[in-house]
Design a protein around this ligand. Structure first.
Ligand code: HEM
Length: 161
């Protein structure tokens, strides 16, 4: 039999649960923000396209990269807006956005450039500068660097420093 005092206890427990004790996840930061894709946390396609555009602009004038004759020749032959389009779609897709990258694979696109470790490090330094300029937070910066790092084995062809 449910007595009056049992009923009172049940109401009390229900209120305690609804009042917050039933939502332990909310106490540990903002789970909604953590569940968001990297694409959404970066602000979507518009900010991603701006960061990529600045990044490509920094690379095409970079003296260390252009000292490699194959990179210099490709830079003069391949339009920067074409690279911006493909790299934007790639970053959009890799971060969980709605785009589909339609360009060539990384090995095929870079094999003839004979990219060295030094040139790779230079590209990463330029990338970090652009992310800092756009105030990309540390967590998102690390995630973007990890995505770029995953392409390294297909892009760095020469161990020459
Ligand atoms: C030191 C590093 C890099 C250099 C010097 C470099 C340079 C270049 C150059 C010159 C091209 C045009 C090649 C050609 O068509 O003859 C190219 C293509 C491309 N690169 Fe890179 N790249 C580097 C790293 C990366 C990374 C890290 C990514 C992406 C995460 C990337 C994505 C692309 C894409 C999507 C294309 C176009 C592919 C296509 O034509 O279908 N590159 N890159």
């Amino acid at each position: 039999m449910i007595t009056r005092s049992t009923k009172l206890w049940m109401v009390f427990v229900l209120i305690a649960l609804v009042a917050g004790g039933f939502q332990p996840a909310l106490a540990q930061g903002d789970p909604k923000q953590e569940q968001k894709s990297l694409y959404d946390r970066l602000g979507g396609l518009a900010p991603i396209s701006v960061v990529v555009s600045d990044f490509i602009d920094a690379l095409v004038v970079d003296a260390v990269l252009n000292a490699n004759p194959a990179i210099d020749a490709a830079r003069k032959r391949v339009p920067a807006p074409y690279l911006k389009y493909h790299v934007t779609a790639m970053v959009c897709q890799a971060t969980g956005g709605p785009c589909q990258y339609g360009g060539r694979g990384m090995k095929e696109s870079h094999a003839h450039l004979n990219i060295t470790e030094r040139e790779w490090d230079q590209m990463i330094a330029r990338f970090k500068e652009v992310l800092a300029k756009h105030k990309v937070p540390p967590k998102e910066t690390q995630e973007l660097l990890a995505i770029v790092a995953s392409t390294r084995p297909d892009i760095v062809m020469s161990t020459k420093k």
